[in-house]
Design a protein around this ligand. Structure first.
Ligand code: HBI
Length: 361
């Protein structure tokens, strides 16, 4: 499905880190890929992001100011907070000033302000919500936005949508990747992979426990968000054959990830989607994941990986023992069928069409 006309789109990034720093987590790659998909379909795209941001998919307007604290590190009753000179406020001041030059604004920040401002803007705003329900304040403001603008909320998975009371009204978009950047690897080495921010909600310790039990080397990639957490894991599992391989850009990550027998996903929270699962499948790497959140809708149990009961480490070990039952070509084929930039571009245009129709534009 293609839109009848090219759109002028302003993408407003996450406020917790510069694009390319890794601090924005999955949403950095999501924004980059969405920009690429839209530009390839002849839309005009500009990105607004914190200073220091880098993105080769579209021009970036860098905005100065203090970064937001990460929402997942606050409690459910956390008050709405912004630092003085907040980059988030400065980004939306800029958006207000130039909104007449655009057909649609797309918000990627999981923060109160952009949702609250929706009704104050003349230009329609589409919000891509990148995590499940975390705080009452965010649930409230997203709920108000969807009540006033029914099609304005996009999410990555049905499981993520279902963490919200208004989940049924969310547009489920999945995600999209430039699969030409991922090389299929048919002959893996004897190693397992874990990829993600090193932080408690990601449950790294469970994958380490499985590595210690199987003595299969576990390679760990991702931004080192919580050093104490990493130290604690190493002390708790001294016999685990693990190595921290750093935070790599996509080109290097996919080359190394592709050599692994499987990606292990052990989220302790409702992972909204699981970008790394698609990156693994794109390289032919089966995914072993807890049956929790987005990966549940990605992994085809017994075909492209194994779904394990949440927090069941013995289940992880059993799934690792049954990897030869998974055909690595099937993994790559699933990525191509469902998660390419083209497939995501179709879903985005369908979503934008409903948002614009509702705004009368
Ligand atoms: N926290 N306050 C806040 N704002 C964000 O945009 C944000 C976040 N935490 C994590 C995050 N974004 C991304 O890592 C996820 O959306 C993927």
């Amino acid at each position: 499905m293609t839109l009848h006309r090219p759109l002028r789109l302003l993408l407003l990034s996450t406020s917790v880190g510069a694009l390319g720093s890794g601090l924005g987590g999955g949403v950095e790659l999501t924004l980059h890929n969405i920009a690429k998909a839209l530009v390839s379909r002849q839309h005009t795209v500009k990105i607004v992001a914190p200073e220091g941001s880098v993105c080769d998919a579209a021009p970036v307007v860098e905005i100065e100011g203090a970064l937001q604290t990460t929402a997942q590190s606050e409690g459910r009753e956390a008050p709405i907070s912004m630092p003085g000179q907040a980059v988030l406020a400065n980004m939306w001041t800029y958006a207000r000033q130039i909104q007449d030059e655009y057909d649609l604004l797309v918000n990627f920040a999981y923060d109160w302000l952009p949702f609250y401002l929706t009704s104050f803007f003349d230009c329609p705003i589409a919000h891509l919500v990148s995590m499940g329900s975390l705080t009452d304040a965010m649930d409230g403001v997203i709920g108000q936005t969807i009540a006033q603008f029914p099609d304005s909320i996009g999410v990555h998975s049905r499981a993520q949508a279902d963490t919200f009371a208004f989940g049924a009204q969310c547009h489920v978009l999945g995600n999209g990747f430039d699969l030409s950047l991922y090389d299929f690897c048919s002959q893996p080495e004897r190693s397992l992979a874990w990829v993600g921010r090193l932080a408690p909600e990601k449950g790294l310790e469970d994958a380490v426990a499985a590595a210690q039990a199987t003595q299969i080397p576990l390679k760990i990639w991702g931004v080192m968000q919580d050093h104490a957490y990493w130290q604690e894991i190493q002390q708790r599992y001294p016999m685990a054959p693990i190595s921290y391989e750093g935070f790599l850009p996509t080109a290097q990550l996919q080359k190394a990830l592709g050599k692994c027998q499987a990606l292990i996903m052990t989220p302790h929270w409702v992972e909204a989607f699981g970008n790394v699962a698609i990156e693994a499948l794109a390289c032919g790497v089966p995914v072993i994941a807890y049956r929790r959140g987005g990966p549940t809708e990605i992994v085809q149990h017994g075909r492209t990986g194994w779904l394990v009961e949440p927090d069941d480490i013995v289940g992880l070990i059993d799934a690792i023992a049954h990897l030869e039952g998974i055909d690595r070509h099937t993994c790559r084929q699933q990525a191509e069928a469902e998660y390419s930039l083209e497939a995501m571009g179709d879903r985005l245009e369908q979503w934008f069409t409903t948002v614009l129709a509702q705004s009368g534009r």
